[in-house]
Design a protein around this ligand. Structure first.
Ligand SMILES: NC(=O)CCC(=O)C(=O)O
Length: 283
């Protein structure tokens, strides 16, 4: 069983380019359309599911091969709402989830890859902020539980603003890289974008895209959410803004051309110029 799984993994990765500095995607895929759904979230989960499904359909109709939803679109971002609306989709138990069923159905029917923003997940008594990823065949490929260990969003500006995610959620414990029809994708959620180490790790693994579904707080996030996005993009040599949603509900389609990234990274191979020997010597 283990050997069969390894063999499958190898032949799948053989379909992609093999140089660690190149992007991992099928050689015939250079351009793709991404649909970003920015949506208003109501207190009614049923309504949110219906609404998200219609936004995904709009994006697919406009030619999106990959559709992204926001962080915590299933219910409002409060401890009470998240606890009430959490879903258990533990593989071992084969538990069912209305949200995952909807995403799976729409991904398969429209043959699109979906990065399902995030929803509250209940697993073995713990609550997680989890992003499910679906392939164009409708299968759940992976789920990313927010943050690698230390990145839960804890902010306490005494008396003025306090939000402690670690009091609500358990932290995830691994990065998430998925090989999809539209290339290799690294996943982070919102606050994860502040940590360049995660993005660099993904870049080292040859991801073509890093997706960060987000729901930033105005208090801590507004002054920097664009800045950190540009920072992570510049670190990883994809600095140009090609589309922006603004503040309203919106379905935005943007075309990505991987061949531009190949040219840029070949011409200016920053990752080969890194001096790990210098950084580690002065620890
Ligand atoms: N949902 C979040 O991770 C919020 C993060 C945030 O607002 C920040 O400033 O970081």
């Amino acid at each position: 069983m283990a050997m069969a799984a390894t063999a499958k993994k190898k032949s799948e990765s053989d379909r992609f380019c093999s140089s660690p500095d190149l992007l991992h995607h099928h050689p015939s895929l250079t351009k793709l359309k991404i649909g970003i759904c920015q949506m208003r979230v109501s207190g009614e989960k049923k309504e949110n599911l219906k609404h998200a499904r219609s936004l995904i359909q709009v994006a697919a109709k406009q030619g999106a091969n990959l559709v992204l939803l926001p962080e915590m679109w299933v219910c409002p971002y409060t401890e009470e709402d998240m606890a009430k609306n959490a879903e258990d989709f533990d593989d071992e138990k084969g538990a069912s989830s209305p949200t995952l069923e909807m995403l799976s159905e729409v991904a398969g029917r429209l043959s699109i890859t979906i990065i399902g923003g995030s929803l509250p997940e209940r697993c073995k008594g713990e609550l997680y902020n989890t992003c499910p990823i679906f392939g164009a065949d409708g299968k759940l490929i992976a789920k990313h539980r927010k943050e690698m260990q230390v990145h839960l969003f804890d902010a306490n500006f005494l008396g003025e603003f306090c939000f402690m995610e670690s009091h609500i959620f358990a932290a995830g414990d691994k990065p998430t890289i998925v090989d999809t029809e539209v290339g290799r994708i690294g996943i982070g959620i919102c606050h994860d974008i502040r940590f360049p180490e995660l993005a660099t790790f993904y870049r080292d693994k040859g991801v073509c895209l890093i997706a960060y579904p987000g729901a930033f707080n105005i208090s801590t996030g507004e002054s920097l959410w664009e800045l950190v996005q540009r920072g992570r993009a510049a670190d990883n040599q994809c600095g140009e803004i090609i589309a922006s949603c603004g503040h309203e509900e919106n379905v935005m389609i943007a075309e990505i051309d991987y061949s531009q990234l190949h040219i840029l990274r070949k011409g200016l191979p920053l990752f080969k110029q890194r001096r790990e020997d210098v950084y580690s010597q002065h620890n």
